[in-house]
Design a protein around this ligand. Structure first.
Ligand code: EPU
Length: 424
């Protein structure tokens, strides 16, 4: 199992290029199920979850060509043949986002068999909203041997009101609705840029979608969709992680090929902490800090609020800010796995239910730490960049799920970080 060895203390300087968004790419790849024609996706990140989704689609009979080049990452997906509309347990257990194939499979083939995702490191994460929505659209749902089976000769347009805002739930039902008979109105939808990105692809494929990015999405179902080419949005969470890397190390970084508008909540919070941020162009942000950080509270919310996917990284920063920062996690019930590892590095953090109180500024000392989920791992990388000495991060496969060659990118701006494989 690979590890990262990180020696802290270097202020980062230079340019960091942001890759395509994993959480946009995953639903967009699933959307290819909706057509017999080819879907070409550009700017797909080279990360483990994308490889898992490739496996998932090919296990159903699709052809997926992941092309990674220096200049372009281009993926071509053909779902002309879908011989086995099943998302097997072996794949779903490694990536919950596999449940994104549920809606498009029923819509295209009339049938889907998807393993029920079990519990997860960051919370229970049920998919009841996906299932309830499909039932409202006329699907017959059965549960057998740990699998959900959904059947519908043709889904019917419906009025869907989400009880809870869910990103992949919105995406899954949006993909179901585009081929349904008649109009679907979905209310209390997620407004994340990933939903808007998916809607843009679906529109390019011939779908009739209005209101993506707002709480109400209207879809007029069509009989057939065609192939399309689409460029995936930059990853706002990778960009946010890089901004924190610049801020926490007292560095000066240009974060390029990002969309500053998607980062508004993160930028505002970093500015409140005393970090200097300049929007240096349509797709560039400059982040600077002399290391004088002030404490500020965050509360995670659905977009456009402060993202839960940046909570752990922000907490690493808060350990280096003067004063007490309250960090409230509202989206997932168990997303503080990084806390104990940060404490082992010298952070002063107390957790009470869904709120963590971080008291800074504490010097961090290098340690051997364990990466749990993806964002917790990113938080430990950030902490290690300012810790005194050499930290060893175990289980970095968690970081490889969603960050493209993070060690190479960080090394390029002056971090002392290297990957070690199979050190035992
Ligand atoms: N929820 C339900 N019922 C449902 C669906 C969700 O109760 O049917 C609950 C969840 O348990 C959670 C909350 O609603 O408490 C929000 O979950 P949501 O469905 O929005 O999360 P998700 O779609 O499973 C996506 C991202 C996550 C990100 C969340 C929140 C993808 C592939 N994943 O997950 O990304 O944290 O939205 O923004 O888009 C990550 O990249 O590290 C990551 C975990």
């Amino acid at each position: 199992m690979d590890k990262f060895v990180i020696r802290g203390g270097n202020p980062l300087g230079g340019t960091l290029r942001v890759s395509g968004s994993k959480n946009s790419a995953l639903p967009c790849m699933a959307a290819a199920i909706l057509t017999e024609e080819e879907v070409v996706l550009e700017n797909i990140p080279q990360v483990r979850d994308i490889e898992t989704e490739r496996k998932l689609l090919t296990s159903m009979g699709a052809e997926v060509e992941l092309g990674y080049g220096r200049a372009h990452h281009r993926t071509t997906i053909s779902c002309r043949v879908l011989s086995d509309p099943t998302a097997k347990y072996e794949i779903v257990k490694t990536m919950r986002a596999s449940s994104l194939v549920l809606g498009p499979l029923v819509a295209r083939t009339g049938m889907a068999r998807v393993s029920m995702p079990g519990g997860c490191a960051i919370g229970a994460r049920p998919i009841d909203q996906h299932i309830k929505g499909l039932e409202t659209m006329g699907a017959q749902i059965d549960y057998e041997h740990g699998y959900i089976e959904a059947r519908a000769e043709r889904l019917k347009g419906a009025h869907i009101l989400f009880d809870k805002i869910t990103v992949t739930g919105t995406e899954d039902l949006l993909m179901a609705a585009v081929l349904a008979e008649g109009e679907t109105v979905m209310e209390n939808c997620a407004r994340e840029p990933e939903v808007t990105d998916l809607a843009a692809l679906l529109t390019a494929m011939g779908a009739k979608v209005e209101g993506a990015g707002t709480p109400t999405i209207r879809v007029r179902g069509v009989d057939k969709l065609h192939g399309a080419k689409h460029r995936i949005n930059p990853d706002r969470i990778e960009a946010g992680t890089f901004l924190v890397a610049g801020a926490i190390t007292g560095g000066d970084l240009h974060v390029t090929q990002c969309k500053p508008a998607h980062l508004a909540a993160i930028i505002a919070k970093l500015q409140e902490c005393g970090v200097r941020i300049e929007i240096a162009g349509e797709d560039q942000i400059r982040v600077r800090s002399e290391g004088q950080l002030r404490a500020a509270d965050i509360s995670t919310e659905e977009y456009p609020g402060f993202p839960t996917d940046m909570q752990a990284q922000y907490m690493a920063l808060a350990t280096q800010a003067e004063g007490a920062s309250l960090v409230k996690e509202n989206i997932f019930e168990n997303r503080f796995m990084h806390v104990q590892e940060l404490v082992r590095m010298g952070a002063n953090i107390r957790v009470d239910g869904r709120t963590a109180t971080v008291r800074g500024k504490t010097p961090l000392s290098a340690a051997a730490v364990m990466c749990s989920d993806l964002r917790a791992s990113a938080s430990l990388v950030l902490a290690a960049l300012v810790a005194d000495g050499e930290s060893i991060l175990d289980r970095v496969y968690n970081i490889d799920r969603g960050y493209e060659r993070i060690e190479e990118k960080l090394r390029g701006v002056g971090a002392q970080i290297r990957r070690m494989g199979n050190v035992f």
